[in-house]
Design a protein around this ligand. Structure first.
Ligand SMILES: [Cu+2]
Length: 155
């Protein structure tokens, strides 16, 4: 198998590493699987189902419900490709995509238990902005962003 390596390296040069491994280079199956996974990956998305964009919430308790497609929601710490957990930014600006999401009580929340529902208590009356972001097992946002934003009013 070792003697096929130079051939593969040359093929890689010629093909500019297009990800199409020559069929005879079966030595590294894991790499091939990763490449195939990347090619068939669907665009992931997250949707803030509740509160709906523009909604008015009666009372200071705000229940957030989230739905996703193209990504599997798991507990924090699980670094399986194609998975992540929810994060909520309530009246807080998004942090950089290449850095772990911070934790700020009542403002930036990690739903590290793998849940899709969270309840904010004692939310002040007035208009609020809520951003949902899916980040990976070590809390770094998925790239490209899996994000949704709504504004709502507490009355
Ligand atoms: Cu997190």
């Amino acid at each position: 198998m070792r003697r096929t390596l130079p051939v593969f390296a040359l093929a890689c040069l010629l093909l500019a590493c297009s990800g199409e491994a020559p069929p005879e280079s079966g030595a590294d199956g894991a790499m091939e699987d990763e490449a195939a996974g990347a090619e068939t990956m669907t665009l992931a998305s997250v949707d803030i189902v509740e509160p709906a964009n523009g909604a008015t919430v009666e009372g200071s308790t705000v229940t957030v419900r989230l739905a996703v497609s193209g990504v599997r929601i798991v507990q924090a710490g699980d670094t399986t490709s194609g998975t992540g957990h929810h994060h909520l930014y309530l009246d807080a600006d998004l942090t950089p995509i290449d850095q772990p999401v911070p934790a700020v009580p009542d403002q930036i929340v990690h739903m590290g238990d793998g849940s899709a529902e969270y309840v904010f208590e004692n939310v002040a009356a007035g208009e609020h902005r809520l951003i949902a972001v899916v980040a990976d097992g070590v809390h770094v946002p998925l790239d490209p962003w899996v994000v949704d934003t709504v504004t709502f009013t507490v009355r």
